[in-house]
Ligand binder design. Structure first.
Ligand code: GRF
Length: 204
């Protein structure tokens, strides 16, 4: 029996270039799933306009409208569940999700982080990479657990850190890889090719 087609909900906070790369991979048939909704935690997020421009339902769930994080997350869950979302994809979503949210979609939340985890987690990866002086950086796609950038790793890609790099030049080099890697990881998930045992993710 064929599996039911996954319905993806993408959470963003800003520009939405990863959202666009995922949308293109869905449109081309690389990812055999549907994007049910794009949600941003700020009404002004560019990602919302970009999603709407290609006909994807886009919704702001404004973090500022909720005093408590859990109320905000309940609103997120409601918006995702209303669209029947089965896979939550964090694409530049700049908030740590609590056990309430993570428990609701356990094993069905993916994130992208612009460094080679477990090095340089957190909100300033490129700055921290340059300050430390490492020679290689990259990006990581991982499952989301209750920690910060700590879930099991699905795919990683590396890029060199070059003399004279600024946060912007390094970010641009990493972003090129992000736009290839995230669609590939979602494709593997959707095709049922990820086998997770604790921290180990094997590709079947
Ligand atoms: C990306 O570098 C992503 O890895 C990080 O935030 C950035 C978001 O960019 N978490 P965009 O909104 O997808 O263009």
């Amino acid at each position: 029996m064929a599996n039911k087609r996954e319905k993806i909900g993408i959470l963003c906070s800003g520009r939405g270039s990863n959202m666009e790369s995922i949308q293109k991979a869905v449109a081309s048939g690389q990812i055999k799933a549907d994007i049910a909704v794009v949600i941003a935690d700020k009404p002004e997020a560019k990602a919302l306009e970009k999603a709407a421009a290609v006909g994807i339902p886009s919704v702001a769930v404004d973090r500022k409208a909720y005093a408590e994080r859990e109320d905000f997350e309940r609103a997120l869950i409601k918006a995702l569940d209303e669209e029947g979302v089965t896979l939550v994809v964090l694409a530049g979503f700049m908030r740590l999700l609590s056990p309430l949210f993570v428990g609701h979609y356990r094993g069905r939340i993916l994130n992208i982080h612009p460094s080679l985890l477990p090095s340089f987690g957190g909100a300033h990866a490129h700055r921290d990479v340059l300050d430390y002086g490492v020679k290689v950086s990259g990006c990581t796609i991982h499952f989301v657990d209750e920690g910060m950038d700590s879930g099991a790793i699905i795919l990683q890609a590396s890029v060199p850190v070059l003399d004279g790099d600024t946060e912007d030049t390094l970010a641009a080099r990493v972003l090129e890889q992000e736009h290839i890697l995230y669609p590939r990881a979602i494709e593997l998930y959707v095709d049922g090719r990820l086998e997770v045992e604790g921290r180990q993710v094997k590709i079947k």
